[in-house]
Write a protein that binds this ligand. Structure first.
Ligand SMILES: [Zn+2]
Length: 412
């Protein structure tokens, strides 16, 4: 899959160059000139004999700061010896380290730090240089990031996150993919083995290495043989013909996340007896975030018989949604909520045999199957913006086509 992704990238560049399509304005030019090899060969006499080659005085190391890491242990993992590691870990600037950050270090042969650097959450390059007196000099400069467009595709075997991992798609892009199609696909109930996705996204580089993913620019998701496509434009996502992908209601009250996505393939037996049950049960661990599927006003928040802790939201028109058995309720009666706002967490209060979310979608007071109701969408691209949208979307759609064709070629 990794090789395929790279080949796909090369092919895409060739295709885009051939068709005269240029990258759009949001992509910064890449400083390729800076990494070009020198024009003239450089020849130097080497006089080092292998048996007398000195050991290097210092070496470079890079480590990923991970969730659960303690600063002293992490610094030691960079090859920095105990007392130095303890002093470094006490620096205030080190508290800026967030899980998922790569830290580079130059360390002397006897374990003394020389220079550490990492990218802060504010897009600055933090540099910590050791000084002769045992102090550290900290600089924090605007990082010279540059952006390239990455393309990846994958096939769902067990969960969407597993497929994203397999394809080398960053978590933040997988999450954006889940958000973009949240109005069309319930990633907890609808996901099928064999579903496919393709993503085109920004990848920010620093010093030749990818450091962070940016926005999802375009995406395709084939769910149960039905294909959805999305293109980022202005401040939203649209189908290639300009329809808004944002719907008045999201398909699922649970967001697509690493914690909950493992339940995607599981069909709750109760879901099949829908008419009798009047709702949908989502099996998910206690504490999983529950979100409002649409804008509305909280009509009820608290205990209510067999529902346990329940939130009821009244939406525009005749719609209401019900979220039951919550372990925690984080909204109050009368509060205004927006789509995707957190309203509580999954639990098993009331008549529940295990942690799950009981969800109802009511129309005119009657529980209905939300999957049988056509959800109204937000506004499409305005008529006067359509030419600009088409110009912007064309190269992105070309990339999606290219990924789709490459994936087909792989299957044959
Ligand atoms: Zn239920």
């Amino acid at each position: 899959m990794g090789t395929f992704g790279r080949l796909g990238g090369i092919a895409a560049i060739a295709l885009l160059a051939a068709s005269g399509v240029v990258a759009f304005a949001t992509i910064a030019p890449t400083p390729d000139g800076a990494i070009e090899p020198p024009k003239r060969p450089i020849i130097e006499a080497l006089e080092i004999r292998p048996d007398t080659a000195p050991a290097p005085k210092s070496y470079f190391r890079e480590e990923l700061y991970q969730r659960g890491d303690t600063l002293p242990a992490f610094v030691e993992r960079l090859g920095i010896e105990g007392p130095h590691a303890a002093r470094l870990a006490k620096l205030r600037v080190m508290q800026q380290l967030r899980p998922g950050t790569h830290v580079s270090a130059e360390v002397s042969a006897d374990g003394e730090p020389i220079v550490l650097s990492f990218l802060s959450g504010r897009e600055t390059l933090v540099r910590i240089a050791a000084e002769a007196n045992g102090f550290f000099r900290v600089t924090d400069d605007k990082a010279q990031l540059y952006t390239r467009v990455a393309m990846k595709s994958g096939v769902v075997q067990s969960s969407l996150f597993a497929a994203a991992d397999e394809a080398g798609v960053p978590d933040s892009i997988a999450m954006q993919l889940g958000d973009v199609f949240a109005g069309d696909i319930d990633f907890h109930r609808d996901l099928r083995k064999g579903d496919q996705f393709a993503v085109v996204y920004e990848l920010h580089y620093l010093g030749g290495r990818p450091v962070r993913a940016g926005r999802l620019l375009a995406a395709e998701f084939t769910n149960n043989r039905k294909t959805f496509r999305a293109v980022h434009f202005s401040n939203g996502y649209y189908t290639p013909d300009g329809k808004n992908l944002r719907k008045a209601f999201m398909r699922s009250p649970l967001e697509f996340s690493r914690v909950s996505s493992g339940f995607g393939m599981r069909r709750h037996p109760i879901a099949r007896a829908w008419m009798k049950h009047q709702g949908i049960d989502y099996a998910a661990p206690t504490g999983t975030r529950v979100r409002a599927v649409g804008d509305g006003i909280v009509e009820h928040a608290g205990m209510k018989g067999g529902y346990g802790n329940v939130v009821i939201i009244r939406h525009n028109g005749q719609y209401a949604t019900v979220y039951a058995h919550l372990s925690r309720v984080t909204v109050r009666r009368g509060a205004r909520v927006a789509q995707n706002d957190t309203i509580g967490a999954v639990g098993q209060t009331g008549w529940a045999t295990g942690p799950h979310l009981h969800y109802e979608f009511r129309v005119g007071g009657q529980a209905r199957n939300p999957f049988s109701i056509a959800m109204p969408a937000a506004n499409p691209v305005a008529q006067q913006d359509l030419p600009a949208f088409r110009n912007h979307a064309a190269p992105l759609i070309a990339r999606l086509d290219l990924i789709a064709n490459s994936a087909l070629a792989q299957l044959e």
